[in-house]
Ligand binder design. Structure first.
Ligand SMILES: Cc1ncc(COP(=O)(O)O)c(C=O)c1O
Length: 407
């Protein structure tokens, strides 16, 4: 086989866009001696600039993407036992907040090609108790937001854009369709400050609730303040804000380069049997957090698992089946391990018997999509040569598996 790859990784400087701008802003914060955001400078500037980039008026910067999803749900003021329809293929940080807010997650089957929600699948999961929908724009691919909004009707939709900044659907940026949008700036995202998040909305009432939730319920700067409701400290620090302020002007170029390299990879993979590149959005633009192949196990012996093993042996850290299994198979959901032995909120959050667990038979698209998914890392710093080497490696690995399958 060919020489092992040595790709830039988002875990180290060569795969990140951090530089002098972030250092200068960080130095300003350190010299000021003021590191927290209450009455700070960097975090409000970051909020303003990120909101402007997205074309939304209100932003609340937060300590993580998980805090962002949590804050969005808290802003909606759910009642215990309310249902939140969500995706079974996402990060745990997008699911735990549903339980912390005393709501019941209701998982929706996904399109096997994108591992994303569709309007008809969402419609099938809505009940009179549904109070919110969380859609995940997975890997940078935009969800079909018009059919999702239509299916949701008057139920508020939260867009989880952690993996998809600047992705768009029908000419509009994702994050501008729902009531609230949540983003993550954890180490591996398009832009980063190590850990961080933000919530955006066009609704001033939701924005106020979101800000209160991130500030222990305390309305800084308002007359007669009081702790208005149960809430957390989810504030971003000035240090995080400074780094992100330096990162914002780089985001458009990061996404442009990722798209350009993805187009090259799409072309180079043409004609590799049994392997399809990530679906290009029908009416929108991908922002390529990852480059996820769809591997047909009927054609490539051993499927995504076998192909992923060969790629890894050759220096390409591929992740077969992404998160491995749908979230409802994880112990926390399967065994309902939450607060002590309470089984809250499935038990006790509303009258009546505990709802039954999800039935795997209701999730054909999700299982098929996960079985075929082979997630490749993606990065704006890949050179043309890197992409050519990756594509050649995939092609050779498929040929090797096919040849072994014929023996
Ligand atoms: C879709 C999605 N939602 C939420 C999160 C949670 O973000 P964080 O890790 O910043 O808490 C992630 C993180 O990977 C994510 O990918």
């Amino acid at each position: 086989m060919r020489r092992p790859l040595n790709l830039p990784s988002d875990r180290e400087a060569q795969g990140r866009t951090l530089g002098e701008e972030e250092l200068a802003l960080l130095e300003e914060v350190i010299r000021s001696g003021k590191l927290n955001a209450t009455g700070g400078v960097m975090v409000p500037r970051f909020e303003e600039e990120f909101a402007r980039l997205q074309g939304l008026p209100h932003a609340v910067a937060l300590s993580s993407g998980s805090a962002a999803v949590h804050t969005a749900l808290a802003a909606l003021d759910l009642e215990p036992g309310d249902e939140v329809v969500t995706s079974p293929v996402t990060d745990m940080g997008a699911l735990a907040p549903i339980l912390w807010q005393g709501a019941l997650p209701v998982f929706c089957d996904l399109d096997p090609d994108t591992l994303e929600m569709t309007g008809p699948a969402l419609k099938a999961r809505i009940t009179p108790r549904t109070r919110a929908v969380v859609v995940t724009h997975l890997f940078g691919h935009p969800c079909p937001m018009d059919e999702i909004l239509e299916a949701a009707g008057s139920i508020p939709v939260v867009e989880d854009c952690a993996q998809a900044p600047l992705a768009s659907w029908k000419g509009r940026l994702v994050g501008t369709f729902g009531k609230l949008a949540a983003y993550s700036f954890q180490q591996g995202k398009h832009i980063t400050c190590g850990e961080g998040g933000i919530v955006l909305t066009s609704d001033p009432h939701l924005a106020r609730r979101a800000r209160l939730f991130a500030n222990k319920g305390w309305p800084y700067g308002e007359p007669s303040p009081d702790h208005e409701f149960l809430a957390m400290n989810f504030r971003m620090t000035e240090l995080q804000g400074a780094v992100l302020l330096g990162q914002i002007p780089k985001l458009e170029e990061v996404v442009r380069l990722r798209r350009e390299r993805a187009r090259l990879m799409d072309e180079l993979l043409q004609g590799v049997t049994g392997v399809r590149p990530p679906l290009r959005p029908k009416e929108g633009e991908h922002s390529y957090w990852k480059y996820t192949l769809r591997v047909d196990p009927e054609v490539v012996p051993g499927g995504a698992g076998a192909l992923g093993r060969i790629l890894k042996e050759n220096g390409l850290p591929a992740a077969p089946h992404y998160v491995g299994k749908p979230a409802f198979e994880l112990r926390v959901f399967r065994e309902r391990r939450t607060l002590g032995r309470s089984r809250w909120p499935w038990k006790g959050a509303r009258p009546g018997p505990e709802p039954p667990p999800e039935d795997p038979k209701d999730f054909p698209g999700t299982y098929q999509g996960l079985k075929r998914a082979l997630v490749l890392p993606w990065n704006e710093r890949y050179t043309t040569r890197d992409v050519e080497d990756m594509a050649a490696l995939v092609r050779e690995a498929v040929e090797r598996l096919e040849a072994a399958g014929k023996e």
